[in-house]
Design a protein around this ligand. Sequence first.
Ligand SMILES: Nc1ncnc2c1ncn2[C@@H]1O[C@H](COP(=O)(O)OP(=O)(O)OP(=O)(O)O)[C@@H](O)[C@H]1O
Length: 252
Amino acid sequence: MTNFAIETTKLNVFYGQKQAIKEVSLGFPKNQVIALIGPSGCGKSTYLRSLNRMNDEIEGCRTEGPILYHGRDINTPSEDLYELRKNIGMVFQKPNPFTKSIYKNITFALKRHGITDKRVLAERVEKSLRAAALWEEVKDILTKSALSLSGGQQQRLCIARTVATEPDILLLDEPASALDPISTSKIETLITALKEFYTIIIVTHNMQQAARISDKTAFFYLGEVVEYDDTAKIFTNPTHEKTQAYVSGNFG
Ligand SMILES: Nc1ncnc2c1ncn2[C@@H]1O[C@H](COP(=O)(O)OP(=O)(O)OP(=O)(O)O)[C@@H](O)[C@H]1O
């Protein structure tokens, strides 16, 4: 039985002729927060998207190599991508709630999964909003449009929407980069609380954020992983010169 929620072995990703990810082998332990860091264009988002097969939606993108989800290879043509993305949820940089009420943002996916009982739906809405630390702020305005919320609240709603389908892995692509410092701090607190239930893989450009919230950090450079270790080691005593230069802000 593997201790990793998900892992890749020598993963390669191509956009047409261009190779964006080169032989990346990483294992993500359960119930930890893992940060993916590195300069712009080094492949962090491409790698993250490969983990729930989102790159399949990009024309000309090809992913080669096993992606083991709890030990089972999900990089196969027969994989049910709808089911997979229910288990491996994703939140993007820019909050993207549906143009529906706060309530319906959560129930939309649940209904698609066949849950129709109103009482069950109401329970799941409350549970998800509580998990995303948003319930107290929105419990009296559930029928209002999600677009009436602040950017930070919208992002927490997107996290609530993602956890509503009860995934076990959350992929977060710079979830706080479009937010103000107070909303960012709320998202960070939330991520730390959520790791009790989820394995969380987060792309971030914010070194302090990676140091504050992650247990492990992978440093990407030109499509490869230069170093992957405990976050404390990466930030205080990295093995590679490039990692040292990057985390201390002396890169390039
Ligand atoms: N849809 C696409 N089509 C073609 N090339 C792409 C596509 N998306 C990304 N790339 C290329 O793949 C490489 C890795 O990009 P990616 O967005 O994964 O990097 P990143 O580290 O996440 O960057 P950033 O930190 O700026 O978001 C880059 O050279 C980029 O130009």
